[in-house]
Design a protein. Sequence first.
Lengths: 114, 115
Amino acid sequence: AQSVAQPEDQVNVAEGNPLTVKCTYSVSGNPYLFWYVQYPNRGLQFLLKYITGDNLVKGSYGFEAEFNKSQTSFHLKKPSALVSDSALYFCAVRDRGGSYIPTFGRGTSLIVHP
Amino acid sequence: GAGVSQSPRYKVAKRGQDVALRCDPISGHVSLFWYQQALGQGPEFLTYFQNEAQLDKSGLPSDRFFAERPEGSVSTLKIQRTQQEDSAVYLCASSLASGSLDEQFFGPGTRLTVL
């Protein structure tokens, strides 16, 4: 079985400050990990993924995420938040040796204040 | 240019009515997924197609739900005898390869409200 936890329903940050959106996962084997962003009335958009290799993954719009196997985490980060980053963020996991079906977290609402 | 499109964007149905939701994936994408997203939740898997073959329908909540992709492109999700608990946003996503590591491209969703 595979699962994802996003422990924060909402994250508030001031524009220009660094942001972190947390994600932890559980899989039987090794994970494939993804981050998606959802703007109002829009579909989910891919941000970045971890498949293998370097634990620090860089993605779209200046976002990055760090895979930490010992902590089973894949937190999303950005050094300097923009008001336009305000959106709903979803973490997803697939078990490398298991199903091709991803499991999504509940989502975290990021609010960036001017 | 084309992303994934879905129609209708909004659908209001009376309890007991049948509905059909359409998904146009990105041309050439092999994989197609349907998800159900309840308010305040992440997408929950419903079914998966690889070209025209429905390889997994384990997420369909009941036999009232039926999906097809007869020519390996456009897909339709049909819900018969709708119930209030079917109210949700239905998302379609496609990806280039099969069972892949590729990211999924999502449509805007169809918001279904069952009265």
